[in-house]
Ligand binder design. Structure first.
Ligand SMILES: Cc1ncc(COP(=O)(O)O)c(C=O)c1O
Length: 450
């Protein structure tokens, strides 16, 4: 299929000469010109339905008028004045709103930053300073960001860690409770939560529990492939934390702000975390992170242990206030549930026709589709993931894959049924084409991916 991408390709060529390759996993040569709601237009005038939300950053959609108006009003008055030394009303108001929507019937405070990554660094600092302990536990396959702390928590890619060590010490990684690809070769029906037992065994043999400051878990593991742990695992993990004076910390950077049909994905488990890291969608695309934690934990950190000159920036804070208002006023969590249900239903019907669909997972508008070569062996079908996403891009639907073979479906929460229907029809048509061997190998040279 011919597609005019002249202007986009020219910019990509210039980009490659001046921009760090460490900062991009290339998928398609899309250079955005304009976006509204769930629709994107590129520099060559091609339109796309966005099933990706700029990596789960645009929960309110592209340039939501209320978010844009709040930003404009703020920049007309002033852009920012460092709250490292003085105060800003928007920042205070936002912190009040955040502590209000975060689970937990206890006093909370907020630490602001600029990215999900620095939010995770903040969580490490809080856990260490509050407990006086040094060790942190996170999970194999998890992604928490690219600053040294967040990168040390992550265990998803060797290239992320090669050549830049030493990383942060005292961080241990455990198997994630993944019931589709269980590290202990069990099925949920016949397992005894060996993943949790493994951690207990580690506490008995080589990780003194009394030296562990915090456990950091993504309650629905996005980049690992939208894995939802069993409730019993999360209950057990929380109990283990409480029994050993360990902080229960969650990374809500990707799943937060209504994406899974609740404000935060940890609410699906009815657990109130001690520390919660947020970012991405918080300010609808402006750079911001917020760590919301028990007040006494936040107060344990000394000044100036977490100070960034533009943290909690007034313009970003106004965007974040408007974002929270829009999610409430437009009932976006309800829309996420309804639209998510529709997507899963469409895939369940497809599953009967196409053997490459191995599993359908997710909550709300955070959905992962496992593409496999064989349903029994669960061998990852990376060929299908590349070709299907590439073909969808050619046909005007933007989505990517992660963990080699998993379609990542995270449209803006404002997406309309008619847009989603159109996107799903194109996706189904493309899966059919792939199953008939009709998609050429051209995509394999074009797409590198995550
Ligand atoms: C779960 C999770 N945590 C942290 C991050 C890092 O956020 P940022 O890229 O804003 O630093 C990401 C980004 O993809 C993420 O998905």
């Amino acid at each position: 299929m011919e597609k005019n991408v002249n202007k986009c390709e020219e910019i990509v060529e210039r980009d490659e000469k001046v921009i760090s390759k460490a900062s991009r996993a290339p998928y398609f040569p899309v250079v955005m010109k304009k976006g509204r709601g769930s629709i994107i237009e590129d520099m060559d005038g091609n339109e796309y339905i966005d099933l990706f939300s700029s990596s789960a950053v645009l929960n309110t959609g592209h340039s939501h008028p209320k978010v844009v108006a709040a930003i404009k009003e703020q920049v007309d008055n002033f852009i920012h004045f460092s709250t490292d030394y003085m105060y800003a009303e928007a920042q205070v108001k936002l912190a009040e709103m955040l502590t209000d929507i975060t689970p937990g019937d206890f006093d909370k405070k907020v630490c602001f930053g600029l990215s999900g990554s620095d939010g995770n660094d903040c969580a490490i600092k809080l856990a260490r300073s509050y407990t006086g302990r040094s060790k942190i536990i996170s999970f194999i396959g998890g992604y928490h960001g690219s600053t040294y702390g967040a990168l040390s928590l992550s265990a998803i890619s060797l290239n992320m860690r090669r050549k830049i060590g030493p990383l942060l010490p005292e961080i241990e990684h455990m198997p994630y409770p993944d019931c589709y690809r269980c590290a202990f070769n069990k099925e949920r029906e016949n397992c005894s939560l060996e993943c949790l037992e493994y951690m207990k065994m580690a506490f008995e043999n080589y990780i003194p529990a009394e030296e562990v400051a915090g456990i950091m878990i993504e309650p629905i593991a996005g980049d690992l492939g939208f894995i939802i742990p069993p409730q019993e695992y999360m209950d057990g993990l929380y109990k283990l934390c409480k029994e050993n004076g360990i902080l229960f910390m969650v990374d809500e950077v990707q799943q937060g702000f209504g994406r899974t049909g609740k404000w935060f994905s940890i609410e699906h488990f009815n657990i109130a975390p001690d520390v919660m890291v947020t970012g991405k969608s918080i300010a609808s695309g402006l750079p911001m992170s917020a760590v919301i934690a028990r007040a006494e934990i936040v107060d344990s950190l000394n000044m100036p242990a977490h100070l960034f000159t533009v943290q909690g920036n007034s313009t970003c804070a106004r965007a974040a206030i408007a974002t929270i208002d829009v999610i409430k006023e437009e009932k976006l969590m309800l829309n996420a549930k309804k639209m998510g249900y529709y997507i899963k239903k469409r895939f369940s019907l497809m599953e009967k026709k196409y053997d490459i669909i191995g599993d359908i997972r997710g909550e709300g508008l955070s959905i992962g589709i496992e593409l496999v070569k064989d349903r029994e062996t669960k061998e990852r079908n990376d060929d299908a993931a590349i070709k299907i996403t590439y073909r969808c891009w050619q046909k005007g639907v933007l989505l990517i894959f992660l963990a080699e073979n998993i379609l990542r479906i995270q449209p803006p929460l404002v997406i309309k049924k008619s847009e989603l229907e159109k996107a799903m029809n194109i996706l189904e048509e493309t899966i059919e084409e792939y199953s008939l061997g009709k998609i050429s190998d051209e995509a394999l040279d074009m797409v590198t991916g995550w």
